[in-house]
Write a protein that binds this ligand. Structure first.
Ligand code: HEC
Ligand SMILES: [Cu+2]
Length: 331
């Protein structure tokens, strides 16, 4: 009702919401009207007057039992029928918000058989961003999920830390992502950009854990995909500190964990501020602070220091070069 639906599931859910809302509104008006009527009609008109004492009325009793039961029954039926029609429940036994243990082959086979899909994307939720991995692992992106329009997409979502919830209203239902389980959501949509938000409190930067989905016509999508691949393996220009700063403060989420005095980066996850980073002798108390090591660190923090809280942000080579250039200016 508030967000125009852009997938079949969103439309079904929207219809259900509309009917429920209208019914609730009618009930509200009816109840309030009866209250007002009773207050006026049966008010005390004189001192010492006591109202007529009524003990039970068969028709009223039956009426206010049967009518709400019918209303609730209708809503129940409509809700169940909506649920059954959701895209994801193609096979009936795979309701949309079903979660399964990770690596459970039986469950995963059921999911695969439930609905033919054109594209499966692996999604990792973490404090505080969504990371998307395309099939065969060739491409991973953070900021925006780009998908082809008019194709059936399935997201296989896991969390790297706490509970998160996937919620893009225009594309359909909300989905919890619990640690240790894999959650699935299906959608097919038309070209456009759809906004969403993690919908369960997951820590201080929860409110910034936004979701951006962009659906492109299939040929534009192919172009985008090839362009991204080219950036992963293509030539890298010299690092540019200005671009690096822009990445650090806006395009990437470095700012949410790191402090650089005098900027918006005031995140308190990393142990020491980066304000004078280039003066530090070591990177993360692990390797000497050289430009080359810094690039290695940014490419794969876990590889340098297993267990570190700094996530692999799937940075592209050019982004790494620009970030290194920027970080070296912090003296
Ligand atoms: C989820 C939080 C988080 C995000 C996002 C994050 N980092 Fe970190 N980063 C950390 C933590 C935690 C450490 C400390 C790691 C350690 O010592 O084990 C760290 C360490 C570092 C260091 C070494 C700092 C030192 O004190 O030696 C650099 C440089 C760095 N991060 C750069 C970045 C850049 C650039 C980005 C964005 C592309 C980024 N980080 C995104 C959490 C984060
Ligand atoms: Cu979250």
């Amino acid at each position: 009702m508030l967000v125009p639906p852009a997938s079949q599931d969103a439309k079904l859910i929207d219809d259900l919401f509309r009917v429920t809302f209208i019914l609730a509104f009618i009930v509200f008006i009816l109840v309030e009207a009866l209250i007002v009527l009773a207050v006026i009609k049966f008010r005390r008109r004189r001192a010492n007057e006591s109202p007529a004492q009524v003990h039970g009325n068969k028709y009223a009793e039956i009426g206010w039992t049967v009518v709400p039961a019918i209303v609730v029954g209708l809503l129940f039926g409509f809700a169940v029928s909506t649920w059954n029609s959701l895209t994801a429940s193609g096979a009936g036994n795979v309701p949309m918000s079903h979660v399964h243990p990770i690596n459970d082959p039986v469950a995963l086979r059921q999911i695969d058989e439930a609905k033919r899909v054109d594209l499966v994307i692996q999604v990792t939720a973490r404090q505080w961003l969504w990371q998307f991995k395309y099939p065969d692992g060739a491409l991973a992106v953070n900021e925006q999920l780009v998908v082809p329009a008019n194709k059936m997409i399935r997201l296989d979502i896991v969390t790297a830390d706490v509970i998160h919830a996937w919620w893009v209203p225009a594309l359909g239902g909300m989905l919890y992502v619990n640690p240790g389980e894999m959650s699935h959501i299906w959608f097919k949509t038309v070209p456009g950009e759809y906004k969403g938000q993690c919908n369960v409190f997951c820590g201080v930067a929860h409110a910034q854990m936004l979701i951006n989905v962009k659906a492109l016509p299939p040929d534009e999508y192919d172009q985008w995909y090839q362009g991204q691949l080219a950036q992963v393996s293509g030539p890298v220009a010299a690092g540019d500190a200005e671009r690096g700063k822009e990445l650090f403060l806006n395009k990437q989420i470095c700012w949410s964990c790191h402090i650089v005095d005098g900027t918006k980066a005031q995140g308190k996850v990393a142990p020491r501020p980066l304000t004078t980073f280039s003066a530090y002798e070591q990177i993360a108390q692990a390797i000497p602070n050289t430009a080359e090591n810094l690039a290695t660190w940014l490419r794969d923090p876990q590889g340098v220091k297993p267990g570190t809280q700094m996530p692999n942000l799937n940075l592209k080579p050019q982004e790494i070069a620009d970030l290194v250039a920027y970080l070296e200016t912090l003296k």
